[in-house]
Write a protein that binds this ligand. Sequence first.
Ligand code: NAP
Length: 297
Amino acid sequence: MTAKIIDGNEIAKRVRAEWKHRVDALQARGVQPGLAVVIVGDNPASQVYVRHKTKACADMGIHSEKHEFPADAPEQKVLDTIARLNANPAIHGILVQLPLPAHFESRRLLEAIAVEKDVDGFNLYNVGALVAGDTVFPPCTPFGVQCMLEYSNIPISGQNVVVVGASNIVGKPMAMMLMKKDATVCITHIKTRDLAQFTILADILVVAVGKPNVITAPMVKTGAVVIDVGINRLPDGRLVGDVDFEAVREKASYITPVPGGVGPMTVTMLLVNTIQSAERFAAIQMPAASKVAAAAG
Ligand code: NAP
């Protein structure tokens, strides 16, 4: 069996085209979705991610602005900026690019973002809402994975899902989201004994560890769907995931490549969350009479 490739670029393009109509509809009503990115320090990877996000916003007609601080900036100065962005009606989404320099308390900054503008979904209220099954903004990377599965018509309900890696950003929210879709979910982590005894049971295997070749072909059930979230730069400069792609693709039914798999979906879901936020703000601001007129027309 050779797996079908789940093309993240292609699905991202389709999702963006669908949501572009919603940006156009908002703009017709005088609302431009707005995203603010707060970045502290000069982590080169973070600078690249922020550039991608800014370009993706521009392509979709979303206003974006970058608030940059040096690594030694006082935390209070960043908190003051977040407070101003919370109060700015032109901004519908705020994200703090992680990781932050060591002397910053990430939690304090993430908690400072207004729940209704927390488009990354990392605020504790949003995390709790995800657990309770009433998500405000699904975290972008697991949301992107769920979207890839749905666009590929891969059933989730009743499937055995194994998530490898238990981070707050990917593994844990991923498990919650797929459990909400009625999958039977197992989360594994660094202390898991004999990882293969779990992964071999997976109908859908999601891997988010950050180590090349954590998953090899003998660890994968024949016909499994394999989603590789990992991004690793090899010494020769190549970018690879966490899965031994060439060997596993001969055993899986579907597989995501790296690059060109989950990566493009993460930025896309950030756009989706920002547009959705702008729609919620517009619905609140629109007086009842004009809501009726809009519904009629
Ligand atoms: P992270 O915070 O470092 O978490 C990695 C998780 O994997 C931790 O729970 C860790 O356990 C666990 N782990 C480490 N070695 C393991 C092993 N041998 N077996 C099972 N679990 C193991 O990383 P992350 O933020 O979740 O990101 C994971 C990977 O995804 C990275 O390569 C990152 O670059 C990539 N990523 C990609 C996207 C995208 O858009 N494609 C988005 C986000 C992240 P401990 O905490 O106990 O060590």
